[in-house]
Design a protein around this ligand. Sequence first.
Ligand code: SF4
Ligand code: SF4
Length: 300
Amino acid sequence: MTPSSFFSLARFGIRTILFRKKDPILGTIILTDKCNLKCRHCSVNNITAVIYPYAQIREEMRQLYGMGIRILFFCGGETFLWEDAGKCLRDLVVEAKEMGFLIVNVVTNGTFPIDLPEADLILLSLDGDREAHNRIRGDTYDAIMENIQNASADNICFYMAINQINRHAIRDVCRAAKQLPNVRAVSFNFHTPYPDTAELALSPAEKAECCGVIEEQMREGAPVFNLKSAFPYLIRGTFPTPCEQCVVMENGNLSICGRCIDVPGLCDQCGYFFVAEYTLLFRGNVKIIFEMLRTYLKYI
Ligand code: SF4
Ligand code: SF4
């Protein structure tokens, strides 16, 4: 992150905390829900399988920028399947940077070649060791590892959604993050139980055990891109929801926090670490503020 981006985001944070403002800073654009996988825990793939047109995505980028969003995520479905009007995902990242977004991140399942050095972070889903990952995501582990090794930059961050299938594989993902030169960090979430995947949810005791393992891995030098001060809130489910500073744009529809906001009762069981981290940050939680400063400056 450049010093001017850092000061711009810090200014936003101070204003939000001091004046209890609710302006958004982080936006996600869903490029498509089309996906080449059908993961066990996923409720959002291939509902329409429409690739949204370039002109529409560009307009959504302009709209979010105009609202004050400065951290942008491109998300799917699978983002690397997106192409339209002679443009590909990489063009969108470059255009977002030119438009003025300070941080531009991409979420992917990692099954396509990774040539995206312009992205600040590529959040790549790795859900455990080969056995656990493949149980959740089909036989994709080896192809993903090959794509990581051949990636054109070291801007990859693993993204692991912890559930009943892979909760014992946290150490494996931390180890891979430490060993692979193109991987900068690992970021965790707990499974957020949509009605059709409720059986994968963790109990508070299981969440506590997972957080214990993540803390142990942090102590042993694993590059974890999460804030341990948020763990007690994540275990008990006591962080505020939704995140007012985050918005999602899908096919012209804007939602606060996530597209999951319309699923009744789901926010009470939210497992997204970023929601806990951001909502606690913007409520002025001092431990979170200092830990976030340290963590973000280290990994972005
Ligand atoms: S890769 Fe992502 S969008 Fe595709 S099925 Fe898996 S979790 Fe869902
Ligand atoms: S479940 Fe609610 S709080 Fe969690 S990401 Fe979705 S909308 Fe936000």
